[in-house]
Write a protein that binds this ligand. Structure first.
Ligand code: C2O
Ligand code: CU
Ligand code: CU
Length: 475
């Protein structure tokens, strides 16, 4: 028996045990995964080039840029000589990158070729509720649903992913997610795939080379984590950097993993953007904490590193994410960190709302209620600035995401000094460690409709699927 066969047989045995006894199975899996990972490392670590998601093609229909996106089952080469069953969007895993800019009129046709219903939500997109792709815009098999809107927001790195009630976690885990770039006009690196790179960072578990989404009851509570670090669909890949400044659009695309991303040797970088906008002030950091769905844009200055390598890793798990191989001579490119953007402050609030995370009868809640798609939880008046307090009294981490617009983070745990550098722009997702309390400011400027709701929820996907979500309308 070769080492490989031996290990695969072992994985199957381990999987059987996990099923047989969730508690001991977990321990056993933890023990076993180690040797499996060592084996993969040997085979896979930095062997593969970083896949760059292709740019989605578009055509014009009158003044609309039209994108045709096909949601499909596929096979993807995570492992050498092996194919893994996946879902993808115009791709074998993940989706093509959709690029747009402020003022564009957009039509995205999402065609569902799966054997199951789905939806496709524009996370971070400021669009009418009917175009949001949330819980209510279900795309049944063989149907096409179109998101049609005008881009009315600032440059940002957003993303799209399914939002089907109860099924989001599994569908995303299987590969459904892609990046939306709203282009900027600043002096920043912006040659896609060369000095402007999206990094969709995810943890994925595999059994016998297949994606293993099989949360135990405990994992449904804690969130499904662990496994390999996958970047744009490759395990621990390498990227060849050829320019002095490298812009990375970081997206935590995991279901429930929290990452603290940084480079080996404390190499610092410039932070230029958060979730939903560039930042008014560029700062220099050596790590960044991203909970699921949060984004950050960074620029790394590679001068002085010619001919060497840089390693991105997650300081929480200690796992390596990817390697950047720096060319021996670097091309000049532009990066002007000054006066990136001016952001509108939300005026003094005239109303206050509170959102408190909790749990009831094994389901997650916000303000004591689990998600009910037939219930509107909050009515928000157009143009009335509000203060939202979000509290996490639980002993586990969560985050809070809202659709429709962005918010500003005003305070964390009673102080504005606790608001992290990457939380100082427009945001749509904010992390809450156990016991945390954040104060947000929000104002709805558009898209009133008493009948079409938007969602707010925890973006740990197992939590969202298990009720930690509510609905609001803008009136
Ligand atoms: Cu990223 Cu309600 O979604
Ligand atoms: Cu969203
Ligand atoms: Cu949560």
């Amino acid at each position: 028996m070769t080492r490989r066969n031996f290990l695969q047989t072992g994985v199957i045995a381990a999987a059987a045990l996990v099923d047989a006894n969730a508690f001991w199975g977990e321990r056993f899996r933890g023990f076993f995964e180690k040797s499996y990972r060592d084996y993969q490392k040997e085979l896979l670590l930095y062997n593969r080039e970083l896949p760059i998601p292709a740019l989605a093609k578009y055509r014009y229909e009158e003044e609309y840029k039209v994108f045709d996106m096909h949601i499909q089952e596929s096979l993807h080469p995570f492992f050498e000589g092996e194919l893994t069953r996946t879902y993808g969007i115009n791709s074998s895993y993940l989706g093509e990158t959709i690029v747009m800019k402020k003022g564009d009129k957009i039509k995205i046709n999402y065609s569902n070729h799966l054997k199951e219903p789905t939806t496709m939500h524009g996370h971070g997109m400021h669009v009418p509720a009917k175009m949001d792709g949330g819980v209510h815009q279900v795309i049944v098999p063989f149907a096409t649903w179109s998101a049609v809107y005008e881009v009315k927001q600032e440059a940002a790195t957003n993303w799209y992913h399914p939002h089907l009630m109860g099924e989001t976690a599994r569908q995303v885990y299987q590969g459904l997610a892609g990046v939306i770039i709203i282009e900027d006009e600043q002096n920043l690196p912006k040659e896609y795939g060369v000095d402007d790179i999206p990094l969709i960072i995810q943890e994925r578990r595999f059994i016998n080379n297949q994606i293993d989404y099989s949360p135990s009851r405990m994992e449904l509570m804690r969130g499904y984590r662990g496994g390999e670090m996958v970047v744009n669909g490759a395990i621990a890949p390498k990227f060849q950097a050829t320019t002095r400044f490298l812009r990375l659009r970081l997206l935590n695309g995991s279901n429930a993993s929290i990452f603290k991303l940084g480079f080996l040797n404390q190499k610092s970088f410039y932070l230029i953007g958060g979730d939903n906008s560039l930042l008014p002030n560029v700062s220099r950091l050596s790590s960044i904490l991203l909970s699921p769905a949060e984004r950050a844009e960074i620029v790394v200055d590679l001068q002085g590193l010619e001919g060497s390598s840089l390693y991105l890793f997650d300081k929480l798990s200690g796992k390596e994410v990817m390697k950047i191989e720096v060319a021996s001579t670097l091309k000049k490119n532009i990066f002007d960190p000054n006066h990136l953007i001016w952001l509108e402050e939300v005026p003094e609030p005239v109303k206050r709302r509170k959102f408190v995370f909790g749990m009831r009868r094994m389901r997650f809640t916000i303000n004591g209620k689990s998600m009910d798609r037939n219930r509107i939880d909050e009515y928000i008046k157009l143009n009335e600035p509000e203060e939202w307090i979000v509290e996490n009294p639980m002993r586990m981490a969560h985050n809070f995401h809202m659709h429709a617009t962005h918010f500003r983070v005003i305070e964390r745990n009673g102080s504005s000094a606790n608001v992290r550098a990457w939380e100082r722009g427009y945001k749509d997702t904010v992390f809450l460690a156990p016991g945390d309390r954040v104060k947000l400011r929000v104002v709805m400027r558009d898209f009133a409709s008493a009948t079409d709701p938007y969602m707010y929820h925890c973006h740990f996907l197992e939590h969202e699927d298990n009720g930690m979500m509510g609905q609001f309308v803008v009136i």
